[in-house]
Design a binder for this molecule. Structure first.
Ligand SMILES: Cc1cc2nc3c(=O)[nH]c(=O)nc-3n(C[C@H](O)[C@H](O)[C@H](O)COP(=O)(O)O)c2cc1C
Ligand code: SF4
Length: 434
C-alpha cells in the first residue's frame, strides 16, 4: 500500500533534513512544475485528480484555484496560506505531517503557489505546536538558503517566499476568513462572503487558504500524475487520507490509508478495536463538529460522498469514539462547553445559543433536567443550525447534539427520569480513559 504523504516520516527520529529530503526525490515536483509546466496545467492536474480539501468542508481544490485571477493584469501580490491551526477537538493529523516531514510542507507550498502564481506564502500554525514551529523554521531557512524559496526559483521568473505565523490560540482562527483577519493583526472574526478570499483575501488581494493535508497531496499529483493518484483511493475519490481514532480503543492514532477505507477497517484493524471492558456505541467521524454514526454505519467508506448517507460528514477524517462507559450527555456537554467558549461573539444565535445549550446539558447531567428540555435542545439545533450564523462554528456545534438526541435519546431521558447521571455511580467521567 502506497503512503505518499507519510512515506518519509521516521517515527523515532528527527525529520529528514534538506539533503536527505532531496535524496528521496524531494523538490523534484517543484522543479518539474516550475520548469516544465504552465501554472494552468498544474491547476488542471489538481482538478482532474479529484483532490478535495482535507480541512473539513471537502471543497474541490482545483475548483477553488480556478477562481484566482490569473494573467498579467491580476492584482498583486497574491497569497497562499497553509491552514495549520488544527484546533478541532480530536484532530491531530496535520501535526503528524508537520512534525514528521516539514520540507514537504515547504515543497507543497512552492508547487501550489506556482499554480496560482502567488508571490507570498504563510503557514498559520497552532500556537501549541512548538515542535512543528521549530522544525518548520529550520526547513524554511534550509530551503531559502538552497534557492527553493526566494527570487527566480529554478532559474525561472517565478519568485515565492514563505513565512511562519504562530496563531494567538483561538479555535475561530482556523476559519479561513477569521484567519486572514488575524494575520492582518485584526480581531479574529469571520468576514462576510462574497467576496471570497480567492479574489479579495489577505489585505484585499487574491488568496487561497488550504489545509495542510490538502497541500501535501499536490507535489505527488504533479510528480506521478492523475491516473496514479486516483488509483490510490478505493472509490472514485482519489488519493489517500490521514484517518485518526481517539477514545477508548486499543491503539489510538493516525494512519495514511486509501481514501474510502471503511470505518470498521480503521477502527478494528488499525485502532485495534475497543479496549477490554468497553463496548462501542458510536463515533464522530471527523472531529467534534460532525454528527454521530453508529454500529449500522461502520461498513461505509470514509469519504466525502458516503458519510452523508449516514447523516454525517467526513470532516477532518479523525474519529472520536463513544463507548458504553462514557455518558453521552456528558460527552456532548463537554463538546458544547468547548464551542460556547470558542464562539467569537459576532452573532447572537451562536454566543447566546451555545451557552444556553451548555447550561441545559449541564442541568440534565446534574439531575436537574425537565422533560421539556429535550424539545428545547431540539429547538436550539434548529435555531443555531445552518444558515443562521456568520460561520460554520455554530452549526457544526449542533451536529453532535442533534445526532446524540437521535441515537442516544433514551440516555437523555434516563437522566430526566432518574434525576441523576446514570454513569456517575459507575465511576465514569467525561471522556476519560479508564
Ligand atoms: C470554526 C472553524 C475552524 C476551522 N479550523 C480549521 C483548521 O484548523 N484547519 C483547517 O484546515 N480548516 C479549518 N476550518 C476550515 C477553513 O475555514 C477552510 O475551509 C479550510 O482551511 C480550507 O482548506 P481545504 O479546502 O484545504 O480544506 C475551520 C472552519 C471553521 C468554521
Ligand atoms: S457562528 Fe459563532 S464563531 Fe461564527 S461568526 Fe458567529 S459568533 Fe462567531
Amino acid at each position: 500500500m502506497e503512503r505518499p504523504l507519510t512515506q518519509r516520516i521516521r517515527p523515532q527520529a528527527d525529520p529528514m533534513n534538506l539533503a536527505e529530503y532531496e535524496d528521496t526525490g524531494g523538490y523534484e515536483a517543484a522543479r518539474k512544475a516550475v520548469q516544465t509546466m504552465a501554472p494552468q496545467d498544474v491547476q488542471r492536474l489538481v482538478t482532474d485528480s479529484t483532490l478535495r480539501g482535507r480541512g473539513g468542508a471537502g471543497f474541490a481544490t482545483g475548483l477553488k484555484w480556478s477562481f484566482v485571477p490569473m494573467g498579467l493584469d491580476a492584482p498583486r501580490p497574491k497569497y497562499l496560506v497553509a491552514n495549520a491551526d488544527e484546533m478541532e477537538p480530536g484532530t491531530f493529523k496535520d501535526r503528524l505531517l508537520l512534525e514528521g516531514d516539514p520540507h514537504q510542507m515547504v515543497e507543497s507550498m512552492v508547487v501550489s503557489a506556482y499554480a496560482i502564481q502567488a508571490e507570498v506564502g504563510y503557514i498559520f500554525l497552532r500556537s501549541e505546536y512548538k515542535r512543528a514551529a521549530r522544525l518548520l523554521h529550520k526547513a524554511i531557512a534550509e530551503a531559502r538558503s538552497h534557492g527553493y524559496l526566494g527570487r527566480n526559483l529554478f532559474g525561472s521568473d517565478f519568485s515565492f517566499d514563505l513565512h511562519l505565523h504562530t496563531s494567538a490560540g483561538r479555535y475561530i482562527c482556523g476559519e479561513e476568513t477569521a484567519l486572514l483577519n488575524s494575520l492582518e493583526g485584526k480581531r479574529a472574526i469571520p468576514r462576510s462572503k462574497p467576496p471570497y478570499p480567492q479574489t479579495a483575501g489577505l489585505w484585499g488581494k487574491p488568496t487561497v487558504v488550504q489545509n495542510v493535508e490538502t497541500l501535501y497531496n499536490v507535489p505527488h499529483i504533479v510528480r506521478h500524475g492523475v491516473e496514479w493518484y486516483r488509483g490510490l483511493g478505493h472509490g472514485h475519490e482519489g488519493g489517500t487520507k490521514l484517518y485518526g481514532v481517539s477514545g477508548n480503543v486499543k491503539r489510538p492514532g493516525t494512519w495514511e490509508l486509501p481514501m474510502g477505507t471503511t470505518m470498521r477497517t480503521i477502527l478494528e484493524e488499525y485502532a485495534g478495536g475497543m479496549c477490554e471492558g468497553f463496548s462501542f456505541r458510536g463515533l464522530l467521524p471527523g472531529g467534534a463538529s460532525t454528527a454521530f454514526v453508529t454500529e449500522e454505519h461502520l461498513d461505509l467508506p470514509m469519504d466525502f460522498e458516503s458519510l452523508p448517507r449516514a447523516g454525517s460528514r467526513m470532516g477532518t477524517g479523525t474519529m472520536i469514539v463513544l463507548d458504553d462507559r462514557t455518558c453521552p450527555v456528558g460527552f456532548v456537554r463537554n463538546l458544547e462547553h468547548f464551542f460556547a467558549q470558542e464562539s467569537c461573539g459576532w452573532c447572537t444565535p451562536c454566543w447566546e445559543g451555545l451557552s444556553w445549550t451548555e447550561r441545559i446539558l449541564e442541568g440534565l447531567e446534574e439531575g436537574r433536567g425537565r422533560p421539556e428540555d429535550l424539545d428545547l435542545l431540539t429547538m436550539h439545533t434548529r435555531l443555531i443550525g445552518p444558515g443562521r450564523t456568520f460561520c460554520a462554528l455554530a452549526p457544526g456545534a449542533m451536529d453532535p447534539l442533534q445526532s446524540a438526541l437521535k441515537h442516544f435519546r433514551a440516555d437523555f431521558e434516563r437522566h430526566i427520569h432518574e434525576r441523576r447521571c446514570p454513569w456517575r455511580e459507575q465511576g465514569a467521567t467525561i471522556g476519560a480513559r479508564r
